[in-house]
Design a protein around this ligand. Structure first.
Ligand code: GLU
Length: 473
């Protein structure tokens, strides 16, 4: 039987899907999966001026990519205005809300004459104004009074009504305010547990008053998760920090690594364990262990997680994860032959990358008909040491005469040459690698040469000799 626990993730589609949002979604999802409850996706798109359809698509695709699946939805607030209208009518009928036609200037002027704190003073509260064009609907905060938010993470937070203005629930243009639509939906969707970002805590007493005014029999449980900060302890912001889940996906993060990293932002299972499968997270996640202090979003640590997750993949999965990244190169055709070569080099590359975007530049030498050697590498590796020219010439001869062009023979032959000329293998490998791959780093050299094949190897060595020769005749 399904549990009655119902949680929701309720993003406003006003920009790129933020890692903080992903963490909130994940925590809700874990709570639902652990309890056998329902996870609802609700798009809070009442703010026409800031919403865009592309952001809705971004949220849906990012959640899907992360594996955060919903049981209901996505509901769209923009399609639910009848419900908000009913709630508004009820609040007016029951005298719990009133129309106010004060302008911002009037409100500010009265506040400065009072000398008190800025904000609305309840001027229209007892005036029984009819609705006029341009008037806003305000909620009548019960006075005196106080509202206590019983927060699962922060404990009890008390809000004195003295510090709460009669807030607007319907704007002068007739559209309901975020907090009203939010509460009406939470009631209608029978949400029993609200886990959301800390920034919503100041709004929560207003939400609770609305729940009560609309006749909610029971309040949901509230939990406000800590803010994410950067290395300077500043709140993560899209202007300063990389925050979009989409960006991380494009950089070559694995969803599994991201989910594992995100779950630790504010929570730990209570021991030193950091790497967890999703089943373990579901089993172990406990809101009582979520910390209320800001959580450091450490990109370097997430990168490390990604490397670990990449190395753990079965090779076939690694290959599949690489394909979309390979496809963005003009040298990649995806032919059977290319796939075969890539599958052979894949296990060696897998050991050496932390991001899937690093793969292309490690393997491109195998697929490009010609490689480009930067002027910088020509100077620093090929020309700087006068021995390079000789090494390349000698090695070409040795490789030409190899009966078997396999990593082992290539290695042994190169090794013997090193002994002969009394040079370390590393020294000899450097110009060969640059000549063949156009790079100083890459997968193990002899396996790479085997895959490149004899013909291309000898051609590239000859070209490198020419390059050296041009300036060192
Ligand atoms: N729509 C709100 C936001 O995106 C979330 C509100 C909530 O979770 O209650 O920040």
């Amino acid at each position: 039987m399904k549990s009655t626990l119902r949680v929701r993730f309720a993003p406003s589609p006003t920009g790129y899907f933020h890692v903080g949002g992903a963490r909130t979604a994940l925590y809700n999802w874990l709570i639902a999966r652990k309890a056998g409850g329902s996870f609802i996706l609700r798009i809070e798109d009442t703010d026409d001026a800031r919403n865009a359809e592309e952001w809705v698509d971004g949220i849906v695709s990012a959640l899907t990519w992360l594996g955060i699946s919903w049981d209901e939805g996505p509901y769209r607030q923009s399609e639910r205005s009848d419900l908000y209208a009913q709630a508004i009518a009820r609040l007016i009928d029951e005298g719990k809300a009133y129309w106010c036609d004060c302008t911002r200037d009037e409100i500010d002027k009265r506040a400065s004459e009072r000398g008190g704190p800025p904000g609305y003073d309840g001027y229209c509260r007892e005036r029984n104004n009819p609705r006029a064009s341009g008037s806003a609907l305000r909620f009548k905060i019960p006075r005196p009074g106080q509202t206590v938010v019983h927060d699962k993470i922060r404990g009890d937070v008390v809000f004195d009504h003295e510090n709460l203005d009669d807030f607007i629930i319907v704007k002068s243009n007739g559209s309901p305010l975020f907090v009203l639509a939010n509460v009406v939906d939470d009631m209608d969707m029978k949400i029993s547990y609200i886990l959301r970002a800390e920034e919503h805590l100041p709004t929560t007493p207003k939400a609770i008053l609305l729940f009560q005014a609309l006749g909610a029999e029971e309040l949901p449980v509230f939990a406000h998760v800590p803010v994410l900060v950067n290395a300077k302890r500043q709140k993560l912001s899209k202007r300063r920090d990389r925050v979009a889940v989409e960006d991380y996906r494009e950089l070559g993060y694995l969803a599994s690594a991201m989910v594992n990293y995100l779950v630790l932002l504010g929570w730990s299972p209570g021991d030193d364990r950091e790497f967890m499968r999703i089943e373990e997270m579901i089993e172990l996640f406990d809101i009582d262990q979520v910390n209320h202090s800001p959580a450091f979003f450490d990109e370097k640590k997430m990168l490390h997680f990604n490397g670990v997750y990449i190395r753990e993949l079965p090779v076939d999965d690694f290959v599949n994860h690489c394909l979309p990244f390979l496809e963005s190169n003009e040298w990649w055709s995806g032919s059977v032959k290319q796939l075969e070569v890539f599958s052979k080099i894949a296990p060696l590359v897998q050991e050496r990358v932390s991001l899937l975007t690093e793969v292309s530049s490690m393997v491109d030498f195998l697929f490009q008909p010609e490689i480009e050697i930067s002027a910088e590498l020509v100077d620093s590796v090929l020309r700087k040491d006068p021995k390079s020219s000789r090494i390349i010439g000698d090695i070409s001869n040795i490789y030409l005469n190899l009966s078997e062009f396999k990593a082992e023979q290539l290695h042994d032959a190169t090794r013997s040459y090193c002994d002969l000329v009394e040079m370390p293998l590393r020294k000899v490998q450097a110009p060969i690698r640059v000549a063949l791959t156009g790079s100083k780093v890459g997968p193990p050299l002899f396996e790479s040469i085997e895959l490149l094949g004899k013909k291309a190897t000898l051609q590239r060595l000859a070209l490198a000799s020419e390059l050296i020769g041009i300036h060192n005749p």
